[in-house]
Design a protein around this ligand. Structure first.
Ligand SMILES: NC(=O)c1ccc[n+]([C@@H]2O[C@H](COP(=O)([O-])OP(=O)(O)OC[C@H]3O[C@@H](n4cnc5c(N)ncnc54)[C@H](O)[C@@H]3O)[C@@H](O)[C@H]2O)c1
Ligand SMILES: [Zn+2]
Length: 365
């Protein structure tokens, strides 16, 4: 098992990562002295696959476990779902000293985390993420939220988990498109912070998305991503500065998701397009070397998440960027690479540079 610490004073916690370790979750959980009263929140897809080892492990370790199921899909990451879960928690007698365990991808993690942040003014929770996106990104860092009809993640809270427990073997049942989309965040982490990770991806991308890496390498990749996210979050928990770098590729990417009404692209696929745009903007500004942009382009090409791009309207995407959460004082902020493994935030990107970046996305993909 690899252990990564998220250092946040008395709210610090561990991320434990292994291959085939789900059956040992109960022991790892009780070793930390956490509450014996547990409510697992999951969805039917994940429940069919992984509820049994998690529930039995907790029960064997002496816990009383109730299970709450929410429907599968981003469209259920809502206050209505949270409302239903509150009712389930009350019915199950879950009190302030109880624990919520979120078992599933980012949708379950964000929703269950939000419920934990708000139920009885906040109770503890643990993340057991089962998608690549959630293992390398969503489960770490304490951002929890539900969506509002007028915007994604609009209602939320910072609420750190007590433990993140990752079994990388669960990725084996994940559809290929989900694996590829999650890999976009892995590429992002390489570009913003880690040349070693980026080089590893250049050498092993196909094995990673085909889930053919040796188990120890898969664990290393996930742990490396958790280390990057943990480091950034430890120094800027609530995104006042450094944490913004995690938004590389997300300014344009998020606008593309909104314009296509979250139907055409997986989040990671849109982030790929956003990284292409940001890379081109950095090149045009003379901040980034052509060779580095070419390395990024080549890796994204190999990831092969290119769909529907030709139907997008650059002007519509540009318009949408103006009403994003990342806009501060009316200025659209970009995260731009300066060197492989190093990015800066920039609020001096001109409209023409943005348009050139967005249009480049369509030319490349
Ligand atoms: N809080 C954060 O910091 C943060 C960061 C990134 C993303 N997110 C959020 O995460 C969400 C996306 O998460 P996601 O990509 O994990 O999507 P998801 O949770 O919808 O999971 C994708 C699909 O895979 C299924 N699934 C989950 N684990 C599986 C497994 N092991 N085998 C087979 N199927 C499995 C799910 O049921 C779902 O159908 C978005 O709502 C996004 O906003 C949050
Ligand atoms: Zn993302």
């Amino acid at each position: 098992m690899e252990h990564v610490e998220v250092r946040l004073g008395n709210r610090s916690y561990n991320i434990q990562i292994g291959y085939g370790c789900l059956q040992h979750f109960g022991v790892a959980y009780t070793d930390l002295g956490l509450s014996k009263s547990v409510a697992i929140v999951t969805n039917p897809t994940v429940s069919d696959l992984y509820l049994k080892p998690v529930k039995q492990g907790l029960e064997r370790a002496g816990c009383t476990v109730s299970v709450l199921t929410m429907p599968d899909g981003e469209e259920y990451k809502t206050l209505e779902t949270a409302h239903g879960l509150y009712g389930g928690l009350i019915d199950a007698g879950v009190d302030r000293s109880s624990m919520i365990v979120a078992l599933g991808g980012g949708v379950v993690g964000d929703t269950a985390g939000f419920v934990a942040a708000t139920y009885l003014r906040g109770i503890d929770f643990v993340q057991v993420p089962t998608t690549l996106e959630s293992q390398v990104d969503a489960s770490v860092g304490g951002k929890t939220a539900v969506d509002h009809p007028l915007g994604k993640n609009m209602v939320g809270a910072f609420h750190q988990p007590r433990l993140v427990y990752i079994d990388t073997e669960t990725l084996r049942s994940l559809p290929g498109r989900e694996v590829a989309a999650g890999t976009a965040e892995v590429i992002k982490h390489g570009i913003i912070r880690d040349t070693e990770l980026f080089k590893f991806l250049e050498d092993n991308l196909e094995s990673l998305i085909g889930l053919e890496l040796p188990p120890e390498d898969l664990v290393w990749v996930i742990a490396q991503n958790c280390r990057i996210k943990a480091d950034v979050v430890s120094s800027d928990e609530t995104e006042k500065g450094l944490r913004e770098i995690l938004n590389y590729g997300h300014t344009v990417g998020h606008a593309i998701e909104v314009v296509t009404e979250f139907k055409e692209f997986k989040h990671g696929e849109a982030v790929c397009l956003g990284m292409t745009a940001a890379g081109k903007i950095a090149l045009d500004k003379g901040m980034w070397h052509k060779e580095d942009l070419d390395r990024q382009t080549e890796l994204l090409r190999r990831l092969g998440t290119r769909i529907g791009v030709e139907n997008l309207d650059p002007l519509q995407i540009l318009d949408r960027m103006g009403s994003d959460k990342k806009v501060r004082d009316g200025v659209i902020r970009f995260v731009l690479p300066e060197a492989m493994g190093k990015v800066v935030t920039c609020d001096t990107v001109t409209r023409d540079e943005m348009l050139a970046g967005i249009s480049h996305t369509m030319a490349v993909h």
